[in-house]
Ligand binder design. Sequence first.
Ligand code: IPD
Length: 279
Amino acid sequence: MTLDLLAIRDDLVSIAKLLGDTIKTKSGGVTFEDKKNSVDLVTEVDKAVEALVVEILNEKYPDFDFLGEETYVPGVSVISDRPTFIVDPIDGTTNFIHRFPNACISLGLAVNKEPVVGVIYNPFLEQLYSGAKGLGSYLNGQRLPLVPNTRKLTLQGSLCGIEWGADRDNENYRVKLSTFDNLAKKDGGYVHGFRSMGSAALNLGMVASGAMDSYWEGGCFAWDVCAGWIILSEAGGTIVNGNPGTDNCSLTTRTYLAVRGAQRQEQTEYIRAYKSQIT
Ligand code: IPD
């Protein structure tokens, strides 16, 4: 099956803008519930927006599969080789609840389990990221990365996207804390600083644009990364397995390290240096 990725991207842009406006209109005073714990949150808006995405996509693409954060059933929902829309209706739900203006709708398409189209829209700051395999990626119509990759990519002096995530009391959390500590020290990475967008998709967008050098997180799901993955790749960035060891990764790896566009050798050295600090 040959897909018109450009047409799909444009459809996803229209949906993101339409539903982004809905998200913006509904912000303020939303009620929320816990999911797996008290820092993993969902609102009625997340659920309503996902239902609308399903309705719109089913009508336009009845033969495509769908995986969404709010309708995911562990052990039952899987990503097949068929064209699959992978959707987070609101990525940055905690920001949305607090009215911190970093929340977005993230719409991805994977084929053969590989991301091929991505659209991320933050309606609060009117940031629209889009990308499609072989067709480049854009922020509000401007080609990514926003500036040429002339600044050398090195761990020392880099600006690193990180997240606390929702796991706060297990081995994953301990590894995060010790790694942040290592990266901040002179004998470790001695990075310039850490930034948290509070949204995996927007972290990936920042790395794609070149505003952050990397983003590392354990605990992501496919809907957190699918759209951002292709946007980053088309901007010359790369995303690898964020665990020590192999760089191979897929949409179900859960732990990722994303680095901005740069010479391949610089990216490889950055990844090696970063992973040496994961303890
Ligand atoms: C979360 C956000 C957060 C990241 C978590 C995600 P949600 O998604 O992207 O920044 O740390 O791993 O689950 O719950 O806001 O859709």
